[in-house]
Design a protein around this ligand. Structure first.
Ligand code: PEP
Ligand code: MG
Length: 313
């Protein structure tokens, strides 16, 4: 058992019976790659860290260099770049002070392109240039997509620049419910459970008193994730999770059971999640997933998820 545990602490994500679940890294810059060298790729490159605390937008060349450094770290591997997620909990001074009564419900994420499309276009140009320079074929997704029209607009801008893998983050409940329609236009989805919780439960993600509502084991959240995974399975396209839920080992196994194809997290969670997957067959993960979806609340969902665990040896 000890040998199996050690074998499971490096290498690609696999259930006990060998079903692959990609284990990817959440990063803010190339510096974050060092600690996660054994990941299978990058599942969420939060590009806004390049833009934070800046009076002026970083120039095209600076952006190209930053993206290229990340692409070169995973030659031939998967790197998912998220375009700028500005606004709300990530205000960016160069976009100007916007006074909004509810910034989390305001002009944030992809919505910034409504009044500053050139910021998104420059970023997509820089991603495409970095891809050409490094021979990479990056996956590029937009944050806060809420409608098919927004997905179409984003996909058209990205594909016009030669970007071939275009996706959306699912952070808004309406988008989760339209996952099948979105996948008619897009190549992949990535569920951001941090914001999806916030918007599904109408609970500020930074509000400590509402932590119970933001529990990633809430069946209401898991049903939205399951809807995305189902749409992915039917379309034959990848659907990953890149929010905090993916970093909770027993929940990661439940997500795999729901049909999620990749899990993206910060470096310290890679080994425990890898071990959780290696300790369960895909069928056990599916049983855990069904029990969690059927639960009335998060405590029961946790018990159901644990029921999917392999008997101790
Ligand atoms: C999320 O919302 O789950 C997510 C991964 O994006 P961020 O935490 O950067 O908003
Ligand atoms: Mg988010």
């Amino acid at each position: 058992a000890e040998r199996r545990r050690l074998a499971a602490s490096t290498g690609p994500g696999r259930t006990a019976d060998g079903h692959p679940v990609e284990l990817l890294l959440n990063i803010g810059s190339a510096a974050d790659l060092r600690a996660g060298a054994d990941a299978e790729g990058v599942g969420l490159f939060r590009t806004e860290f390049l833009f934070l605390d800046r009076r002026r937008e970083p120039g095209f060349d600076e952006q190209v260099a930053a993206y290229e450094a990340v692409f070169r770290a995973f030659p031939g591997g998967k790197v998912v770049v998220r375009t700028l997620d500005a606004g709300s909990d990530k205000p960016l001074p160069f976009l100007g002070e916007r006074r909004e009564p509810n910034p989390a419900l305001g002009v944030r994420g992809l919505r910034v392109a409504r009044h500053r499309p050139e910021v998104l276009d420059t970023q997509l140009d820089a991603i495409a240039a970095a891809a050409r320079a490094s021979g990479a074929e990056p996956w590029v997704m937009a944050p806060m997509v809420s409608t098919v029209a927004e997905a179409d607009d984003f996909a058209a801008r990205a594909r016009a620049r030669g970007i071939t893998r275009v996706g959306a983050m699912i952070e808004v409940p309406a988008a989760a419910l339209l996952a099948d329609r979105l996948l008619e236009r897009l190549d992949f989805l990535s569920v951001g459970t941090n914001d999806l919780s916030q918007y599904a439960f109408a609970a500020d993600r930074q509000h400590g008193e509402l932590a119970d509502l933001l529990d990633p084991w809430q069946p209401g959240l898991l049903r939205l994730v399951a809807e995305c995974a189902r749409a992915g399975r039917e379309a034959g396209k990848p659907v990953g999770v890149c929010g905090e839920a993916a970093a909770d080992p027993p929940l990661a196994a439940v997500l795999a059971g729901l049909g999620v194809t990749s899990l993206s997290m910060s470096a310290p969670s890679l080994a425990p999640v890898r071990e959780a997957l290696a300790g369960r067959t895909l069928e056990r993960c599916r049983v855990g997933g069904r029990l969690a979806l059927a639960a009335a609340g998060p405590a029961r969902a946790r018990e159901g998820g644990a029921a999917g665990r392999r008997a101790p040896t």
